[in-house]
Design a protein around this ligand. Structure first.
Ligand SMILES: [Zn+2]
Length: 334
């Protein structure tokens, strides 16, 4: 029940709807593979000029975009939702260049580190190397079911646009994963509860989106991840199971991956990053996703971090397009 495939009848209806919406959405076929910039949650991170290289390949089936450095991943600027300046502004994101995790490792199935210490006592449990920059090795970048599925992920919320995103997802029978910032979850518990009530899942995106994360003291990284998990759980009110966490800007390292693992969460990356947080224009967002999405891919978008009107408008085109392309909506591999 993880996946939410759209029932045949409904799909056909959707197809019809998409046709009505305009062929423009159908013009772009997959396969192109431009060099997305994928990198990262980069979202928020303007800079990363070249970093944008591509999606992080993982997509199961078609690796087409092969060698993507993934440097980008480390790029998302704080975008902390409502509080952060925003994209363009911060262009120079300090972001973690280095964070190029999983260069080639596509679908990392298993979990990175081993459960060492106790889940709870992570703080104490995570010993060694403070801020080690060891590259991450277990970042997940694939849907749970594989095949022609896509996992939509929305970061930095909940925010003012979360309701619109949820409305659209409901319209298309799509399920998504929301990587929430602890402070925002605490501020908008109703949104967190609605997300769960409508069948979506939650992901820990730290308390306040520190960037770059890997340079923070070990204890701070533990607190950012552990406290956010608690804040999101408290906002949800019903002890939801949170099985993923995503580092701001995709700044994963072996160190923080271990912290997340000790808390029972896997590191969640992505394969397609349209950089919607930088508000590149609706068509730019749409085209990026259409060109870079591959079966089993994980799309990074944002429901928080500032004005998300472009994201919402793009989603209105992308959801029917995905349905028309035969994609079923799934959750990330876990
Ligand atoms: Zn983020």
């Amino acid at each position: 029940m993880v996946k939410s495939r759209i029932p045949a009848p409904r799909r056909s209806l959707l197809l019809g709807a998409s046709a009505l919406l305009g062929t423009s959405a159908l013009l772009v076929a997959c396969g192109a593979q431009g060099s997305p910039s994928a990198a990262g949650d980069a979202a928020h991170r303007p800079a990363v000029p070249s970093a944008s290289t591509g999606t992080t390949g993982a997509a199961g089936g078609t690796p087409s975009v092969a060698a993507r450095p993934t440097p980008g991943e480390g790029t998302e600027t704080p975008a902390a939702p409502d509080r952060t300046p925003e994209p363009s502004a911060s262009s120079t994101a300090p972001a973690s260049p280095h964070a190029s995790p999983t260069p080639s490792a596509p679908r990392t199935t298993a979990v990175p580190s081993q459960p060492s210490g106790s889940p709870a006592g992570s703080t104490a449990a995570t010993p060694s190397q403070p801020s080690s920059h060891a590259p991450a090795t277990g970042v997940l970048r694939h849907t749970a079911s594989g095949g022609r599925t896509v996992a939509l992920t929305f970061d930095d919320g909940p925010g003012p646009a979360t309701g619109q995103v949820l409305d659209l997802l409901a319209q298309y029978g799509a399920k998504a994963t929301f990587c929430e910032i602890g402070d925002n979850a605490k501020t908008r518990p109703a949104a967190v509860q609605r997300i769960l009530a409508e069948g979506h899942r939650l992901c820990d995106h730290t308390v306040d989106h520190p960037q770059p994360m890997h340079t923070r003291p070990h204890e701070q990284q533990v607190a950012e991840i552990a406290d956010a998990k608690s804040m999101i759980e408290n906002a949800a009110g019903n002890s939801p199971t949170i099985t993923w966490w995503r580092a701001p800007g995709g700044d994963f390292t072996a160190e923080n991956e271990r912290i997340g693992a000790d808390l029972g969460m896997k590191s969640l990356g992505w394969t397609v990053d349209p950089r919607d947080w930088s508000r590149p224009g609706v068509q730019a967002i749409v085209s990026n996703v259409q060109q870079n999405l591959r079966p089993g891919g994980v799309v990074l978008m944002h429901d928080g971090g500032g004005d998300r009107s472009q994201t919402v408008a793009a989603l209105k085109q992308l959801l029917p397009w995905m349905v028309a392309q035969g994609y079923a909506f799934d959750f990330p591999q876990s």
